[in-house]
Design a protein around this ligand. Structure first.
Ligand SMILES: Cc1cc2nc3c(=O)[nH]c(=O)nc-3n(C[C@H](O)[C@H](O)[C@H](O)COP(=O)(O)O)c2cc1C
Length: 189
């Protein structure tokens, strides 16, 4: 393989997508789309998440110190893409939201149609020049009951829930097929 040096980019490094659920100061749910999400170890499994710039999700997390992270699947992609391209300060944004419920442990909105949802409590905010990294304790994991069925293998379960992968400003299905550029699937909302 002959490598060449290029400017910083994460192209060709697929990421998982999550919809972060928060409540605003009036108790209204908001969802934003995020991919800068990974895991840390500190005696137990935790989560690290980076939010850039100012957004409603960030303001809500600062106030409440809790949020949910809901795995984005093919079924959720149009709503997810819409959430990633619509400012939460836009009062109409959540008129398009699918069914939600409350977290079982934390006061966070959960997307009922997402097969995996984390209930997260921020332990530490790491302020950067523009962005901010949040180190979180996983207070609860909500999984579709089907995912806990030991008789079914993980390849079959992953094919059934079909998580989205994203890179190169595009969305890809679990089977690798192209599902459009950022800003496209949300147009149908
Ligand atoms: C595919 C995709 C991934 C995104 N990932 C992030 C991310 O990891 N961090 C971030 O700060 N913004 C990310 N965004 C932008 C936010 O989703 C966007 O600012 C949105 O308006 C946030 O929701 P809110 O305004 O309701 O807080 C992403 C957008 C898209 C389309």
């Amino acid at each position: 393989m002959n490598k060449i040096s290029i400017a910083p980019t994460n192209d060709y490094c697929p990421q998982t997508l999550f919809l972060y659920g928060t409540f605003d100061e009036n108790g209204k749910a908001d969802f934003g789309l995020f991919c800068w999400f990974s895991y840390v170890w500190d005696g137990e499994l935790g989560v690290m998440a980076c939010i850039g710039g100012n957004k409603l999700t960030k303001e809500n997390i600062h106030r409440a110190k809790v949020f949910s992270a809901n795995l984005v699947t093919e079924a959720l992609l149009p709503f997810a893409d819409y959430c990633g391209n619509t400012d939460g300060h836009h009062s109409e944004k959540m008129k398009a939201a699918p069914e939600t419920e409350k977290g079982r442990v934390l006061d966070v909105p959960i997307l009922t149609a997402s097969p995996v949802s984390f209930e997260l409590e921020v332990k530490e905010f790491v302020q950067l020049k523009d962005g901010e990294v949040m180190l979180c304790r996983i207070r609860n994991v909500l999984q579709d009951e089907m995912l806990t069925d030991k008789a079914v293998g993980s390849p079959e379960k992953l094919a059934a829930i079909a998580p989205i992968r994203t890179t190169c400003n595009r969305y890809f299905a679990w089977n690798g097929s192209d599902l459009g550029g950022w800003g496209e699937p949300g147009k149908q909302i």
